[in-house]
Structure formats: structure tokens, C-alpha cells
Design a protein around this ligand. Structure first.
Ligand code: GDG
Length: 491
């Protein structure tokens, strides 16, 4: 971070995202607690802004959020050691329904993830999406103390904001990161407002995706739907005389992860988890941890557990799969339906294979503390990430980071961006239960030496390609752009 400070002398950093990194809620019986949300984006950005300071602008969503801010709607965070400002934006229920649940999560999310949930495009959702993008753009302009801040725009909730900010702060360095996949042009083409979305994003100075594949899909989409110049060699798109660099920046996690501090040794984690979930002594453990989202393939991996027990009855009574799933977007029908389907399927599989003192699947549906998440990772013989489609997937990287004993196996979907990097995982097709069941069996029978060899490779990769490198690379590219622009104004 010090090196970055030297690259970006005096630069002001503003982050824009929907989700806030700290949520204050009233608790029963009085008092306020603070929650860190289950979100890949927050897990990735928070360590960075904690280190370099600045202002984070986000939607205030907790029941006690208004009670903890000052007159300018700001609060210094992290609560225990403040190092940056969180500026909360208040949305009405209609704005939240239209912009967040509606266009962002029923339109853009299924549009970009090929998970066979049909996107919904409603005129009123789109109006609120535009309106809320304007509100956040206003906040950026109001919060900025300089004419050329570095604005870090996060995710599919703010596709229009880069252009809105560019119009009012033409000298700003706007770095937008798209945390989810970008589909091919044909798929994106069904969006009624594709041209506006592309135009909005091309207000950025730099537009980042996780992988080259997503960058190429974006170029193809731009090429198909707007009048622009694409330079594949420079990896840029120019619209109306303004050039946007389009680059891959594979996101990652902090190293070492803070949730690892204070963890018990691996055998003790195993014992704690066994006793918490009532598992017998010798029972082997598989885990899955995520938001309860239909893109994560939660139901699909349960089918794989079923297939494992059918194809390998030797695991009956000797293996349990623990699925921790944090409820998310429960206002949306497809999310509620998924949760109901998963619960019914787990019950059915448990009834069919289980015995009075053994269940093949344990579902824990609630938010889990980061320490609990890491304890589960450490207790596991294997971790399953079976996303049907995923930009990157940080759970895969966290599992690897949690295993300082160099044991345990990662079963990883080929459709998660992470599978491009963590090639020593057992790479599976989550649509094919037999394939995943086979990988689970392989994981349970893998010799220790092989587990160690694979885990070591993956740990070395995550250690060096950590989130600081992700953010650092983007900010170094931003710094280079600023120097180039400064020279142009001299000429
Ligand atoms: C999006 C993209 C991309 C999960 N359950 C709990 C909990 N989690 C934490 C995990 C992890 C994070 O949430 C999830 O991150 P992912 O990356 O796996 O997934 P998304 O939330 O869909 O993130 C994704 C990411 O953005 C970053 O760009 O990788 O592709 O979809 O950190 O540990 N954390 C806690 N309790 C839980 O119950 N505390």
C-alpha cells in the first residue's frame, strides 16, 4: 500500500457499491450490533480501503444504521479501528424494490449468469435503477474534494454511474469492476436497455472483469450494439472520443485471511464441528458455504451426495455433507423457491439414506460468523464449489487459505472463474451429478501426499495473487493513466 501511495500522490479514493461493509442493527432487549455481510464484493474491497483510507458510499440497510451516522450521514469505520469513512445513502422502499430487487437482481443478475432463470425486465425497475444511479453519482460529486478523484465503482448495480460521474467530473479516474460474468453478445442482446448500459460503462477510465473470457464477451457486445472503436491489442473501446481500457483483474482474498487468526488446530476444529452438528466420531465431512443463491448449484451438489451414496454405499453412515447457506434476496420468488426446493431435497435424501443417528446432509440456513465459516473449512475433508456460473468465487480461495495444514480437497466447478486459477482442484461439471459424486469419492479416498501436493500449489497461488495484488494492479493501471493524461495536458 505504501508503494501505491507513492504511485498516486495525494489521490483521493472513493468506493461506490450497493452493499455496505458494516451493517448496524437493533437487537432485542435494546442495544445495537454490527454485522459484516456475506458478500464476495465486501470481502474483497474492505481490506483494501481499510489499508488506503478514503470514503465508501453505500446503501444504508441496517435497522440501526441511521442511529449511528453523523449529520452528513457518515460514520468512521471499521468500528474497532476506524480508518475510512462510510457514507450511507437512504433509499425508499420503492427505490429498493425497483433498483435492487427489480432491475439489478431480477434483470441483470440472471442476464449475466447463464443459470436458466429468465431475466425480468420491467419499465418501472429500470426507472428506479436510473434514479438510484443518479443519487449515487450525486453523492460521489458531493463527497469529492478534488476535481480528479479516483472513483472505484463496484458491480452490476451501477452500470450507468460511470457515465453520470464522467459528465460532471471529466477529469476523474473512474475504475469500474464488474464482479459477475459478462455473457456473450447474443445473450446480452435480450436486454431492452443494452445500449444505455454499455454507454454507461464506457464512461469508465478502466473497466475490469475477472477473466479474459468476460472481457472478450464485453468487446463482442460493444461491437454488436454501439458505434465504437475497439482496439484488441490495447484492449480498449473508444466511444465518443473517450477511451476505456478493458482488462482482466482476477479478484482474490486477503492473505493471510483475518478469520484465520485465533483458529484452533485442524483436529480440534473437526472435533468442534462434529459435536456442534451431532456427527459421530469417525464420520467424514464435506462442506459447502455460500449465499443461498440459485447460481451456486446447491441443489445440484445435493443430487451429487445422493449419487455418491448410491454408487458408493461404503460411505453410508460414514460421511455427512454440511451445507451452510446464508439467506439472501429472500424478497425474490426464485430465491424463496430455491430455498424450499433445497430443504425438501435434503429431507428426502436424509429420509431415504439416513438412520436415527446419522444424516447424510445437514443444512444450516443462517448467517455464519467468519470464524465459524473458517472452522468449517478446517473441519472438512473436502469443500464443494459447484456454481452453475460464477464470476470468480471467493469461497474456493478461502477454503485453500484456511488449510494451513495443507490437507483437504477442493471440488470446483469448471464454470466458476476460480477454476482458471485453481487448476489443482478436482474440476467438475456441476450439471452432471455422477461426475461430481465421482469427484467427492476421489476426494474422500485421496492419499495424503496427493492432497498436500495439490493444496501447496493452490496456496502458493492464492498467497501471491491475493486481493492486494488485485486492487494494486488496478490502481497501478489507474496511476499510469493519470500520468499519461497529465503529460497530454502539458503538450
Ligand atoms: C460476487 C460474485 C465474485 C458466505 N456465506 C457466509 C459468508 N459467506 C462469504 C464467503 C465469501 C463471500 O461470502 C461469498 O463470495 P463469493 O465470491 O463466493 O460469491 P458472491 O457473493 O456471489 O460474490 C463472485 C465476488 O462477487 C467477488 O468479485 O467472486 O463470482 O458472484 O467471502 O465466505 N460469510 C459469513 N457468513 C456466511 O454465512 N460471514
Amino acid at each position: 500500500q505504501r508503494a501505491l501511495g507513492a504511485e498516486l500522490p495525494g489521490a483521493e479514493v472513493l468506493v461506490v457499491s450497493n452493499r455496505e461493509p458494516y451493517i448496524h442493527n437493533h437487537i432485542e432487549g435494546g442495544g445495537i450490533n454490527v454485522q459484516i455481510p456475506a458478500s464476495g464484493l465486501v470481502s474483497a474491497i474492505e481490506p483494501v480501503i481499510r489499508a488506503c483510507g478514503g470514503t465508501w458510499i453505500a446503501h444504508g440497510s441496517g435497522s440501526a444504521d441511521r442511529d449511528t451516522v453523523d449529520a452528513a450521514d457518515r460514520i468512521a469505520v471499521p468500528p474497532d479501528a476506524p480508518s475510512y469513512a462510510l457514507r450511507r445513502i437512504w433509499l425508499t422502499e420503492e427505490q429498493q424494490d425497483g433498483y435492487y430487487y427489480g432491475f439489478s437482481n431480477e434483470g441483470m443478475w440472471p442476464l449475466c449468469h447463464i443459470a436458466f432463470v429468465r431475466p425480468a425486465f420491467r419499465e418501472s425497475d429500470w426507472r428506479y435503477y436510473r434514479e438510484v444511479n443518479e443519487m449515487f453519482a450525486d453523492a460521489v460529486v458531493r463527497e469529492a474534494k478534488t476535481r480528479d478523484p479516483i472513483v472505484l465503482v463496484q458491480d452490476y448495480h451501477f452500470a450507468l454511474l460511470p457515465r453520470m460521474v464522467r459528465k460532471r467530473l471529466p477529469k476523474a479516474t473512474i475504475v469500474t469492476f464488474w464482479h459477475i460474468p459478462w455473457p456473450n453478445a447474443e445473450t446480452f442482446g435480450i436486454c431492452p436497455w443494452k445500449e444505455e448500459i454499455i454507454d454507461g460503462l464506457l464512461g469508465s477510465s478502466i473497466l475490469g472483469f475477472h477473466t479474459d473470457f468476460h472481457c472478450n464477451n464485453f468487446f463482442e457486445t460493444v461491437d454488436r450494439f454501439v458505434e465504437s472503436r475497439i482496439d484488441r491489442e490495447r484492449r480498449s473501446a473508444t466511444l465518443g472520443g473517450h477511451e476505456t481500457l478493458v482488462r482482466p483483474y482476477p479478484i482474490s482474498i486477503e492473505w493471510p485471511p483475518s478469520a484465520l487468526a485465533g483458529q484452533k488446530p485442524v483436529p480440534a476444529c473437526g472435533a468442534a464441528v462434529r459435536s456442534r452438528f451431532g456427527l459421530g466420531e469417525g464420520v467424514r465431512i464435506g462442506v459447502g458455504i455460500e449465499r443461498f443463491d440459485y447460481t451456486k448449484g446447491i441443489v445440484d451438489r445435493m443430487h451429487a451426495v445422493d449419487a455418491l451414496l448410491q454408487n458408493h454405499p461404503e460411505w453410508l453412515g460414514r460421511f455427512t455433507f454440511i451445507q451452510a447457506a446464508a439467506p439472501t434476496r429472500s424478497k425474490i420468488a426464485s430465491y424463496r423457491a430455491l430455498q424450499d426446493e433445497a430443504v425438501a431435497l435434503a429431507d428426502e435424501i436424509n429420509a431415504r439414506h439416513g438412520t436415527p443417528d446419522w444424516r447424510p446432509i445437514v443444512l444450516s440456513i443462517r448467517h455464519h460468523d467468519p470464524a465459524e465459516v473458517f472452522e468449517l473449512f478446517r473441519a472438512a475433508d473436502f469443500c464443494v464449489v459447484s456454481s452453475l456460473h460464477d464470476g470468480m468465487n471467493l469461497v474456493a480461495k478461502e477454503f485453500v487459505a484456511a488449510r494451513d495444514d495443507e490437507r483437504g480437497v477442493l471440488v470446483l466447478s469448471t464454470f466458476a472463474g476460480a477454476s482458471r486459477e485453481l487448476v489443482e482442484g478436482l474440476i467438475v461439471n456441476p450439471y452432471y451429478a455422477y461426475d461430481m459424486a465421482d469427484a467427492m469419492n476421489r476426494a474422500l479416498t485421496m492419499p495424503v501426499a496427493e492432497q498436500e501436493a495439490r493444496m501447496r500449489q493452490m496456496r502458493a497461488l492464492v498467497r501471491t495473487r491475493n486481493v492486494y495484488r488485485w486492487a494494486g494492479q488496478m490502481l497501478l493501471d489507474a496511476a499510469q493513466l493519470r500520468r499519461r493524461e497529465a503529460i497530454e495536458t502539458l503538450a
